[in-house]
Ligand binder design. Structure first.
Ligand code: COA
Length: 325
């Protein structure tokens, strides 16, 4: 007989055991210790014990689903900590492998939806993708949180069984810094026109990113025109330290790559990322990861031109009132 109940303060050791057993290899950092999962999930500002539903059999935890909300969008400084309760997400679903794990996953997903519905949600997502990324930054989903990775088949199947349909596909890419640099003939000219600046321990762009990214220090990179001081390109990087637990590789995550429209197709993004990679090599980083929507052709072409290669695709699922986003 399976019992579903909300999180209790005594659960983290059993939940950590479950994480280390069932969190998908490839998209989740493991093995984690209890205090690490605690710091990244159960101890977060937005953690609501009622939103983490535990499945228990004869006193033993065999699965959990974890639901939460995102911010009102666009994220505004004057609406600090305001969550949007119309749209919720089931950010994580883990079950112990076993003959009825799929049925258990479906029941857990239903229980998580009940939690979201009781708080006002009419649109449900499955997976974690900005702005619906309240938990798990740094321990799941790669460089930003990306939906459900290809290795998490029980979550995919449960979402489909509960009537969800794919809403967004994210491509996860990485670059092996041991490989030779791809040189752009425009580099010497850009170097004369512009300079790259790095700001360590930079402030997150807004309160939601601050909450999501938590303890991880950000380094901001900017490409600035030498004469006018205009911003030509920007990006941020953070150290994905937990993802190296199994293979010992040091990874950096590249996020928020942006070039103002007026300056696009002049090689500025490629130049700035080249500078970021050079710095990462100096810092003995092995891999740099990035992710983008499967529909973002300019970004995919940019990353491929630099030498990034796709290693996974993640899907964010959705169900609910048509017309809601
Ligand atoms: C994606 C983005 C950062 C590219 O910046 P950019 O400075 O214009 O890119 P670059 O000029 O350095 O382009 C380098 C290479 O990327 C590819 N590329 C860039 N933009 C492209 C486009 N619109 N179409 C096709 N290929 C493109 C090309 O291979 C290009 O090399 P080439 O000019 O020699 O053909 C920019 O379009 C942008 O800011 N988009 C909005 C934000 C965004 O989507 N960020 C990525 C989120 S992960």
């Amino acid at each position: 007989m399976t019992r579903f109940r909300p999180f209790r303060n005594s659960d983290p050791p059993a939940l950590t055991r479950l994480w280390n057993l069932s969190a998908p290899r490839g998209s989740a950092a493991r093995a984690l210790r209890v205090h690490e999962l605690d710091a990244h999930v159960f101890g977060r500002v937005l953690f609501d014990p009622a939103g983490l539903i535990v499945a228990e059999r004869e006193g033993r935890i065999v699965g959990y689903a974890h639901a939460g909300f995102g911010p009102d969008v666009p994220v505004a400084a004057d609406r600090l900590y305001q969550l949007s309760h119309e749209v919720g997400t089931v950010a994580m679903l883990l079950v112990e492998p076993g003959p009825d794990d799929e049925a258990l996953a479906v029941d857990l997903l239903a229980a998580a939806e009940d939690y979201l519905r009781a708080r006002g949600a009419s649109v449900f997502y499955a997976g974690s993708l900005f702005p619906l990324n309240p938990f798990y930054w740094g321990i799941h989903g790669g460089s930003e949180g990306s939906g459900i990775g290809s290795g998490h088949s029980v979550f995919h199947r449960a979402a489909i069984a509960r009537g969800y349909t794919p809403a967004a596909t994210t491509v996860l890419l990485d670059l092996d810094l041991a490989r030779p640099e791809i040189r752009d003939p425009r580099t010497p000219l850009i170097r004369r026109q512009a300079q790259a600046e790095f700001v360590e321990d930079a402030m997150p762009s807004h309160w939601w990113q601050n909450l999501a990214i938590g303890e991880f220090p950000l380094t901001d990179a900017r490409l600035v025109a030498r004469t006018s001081g205009d911003l030509l390109a920007r990006a941020s990087v953070w150290e994905m330290r937990w993802f190296g637990r199994e293979d010992g590789l040091i990874r950096s995550g590249l996020i928020d790559v942006q070039v103002p429209e007026a300056h696009r197709r002049k090689g500025y993004a490629r130049f700035l990322i080249g500078e970021i990679l050079r710095r990462a090599r100096t810092n003995l980083v092995h891999r740099v990861e990035v992710q983008t929507s499967a529909e973002n052709q300019p970004a995919l072409a940019l990353y491929s031109s630099i030498g990034f290669a796709p290693f996974d695709q993640a899907i964010l699922y959705r169900k609910g009132v048509t017309g809601h986003s």
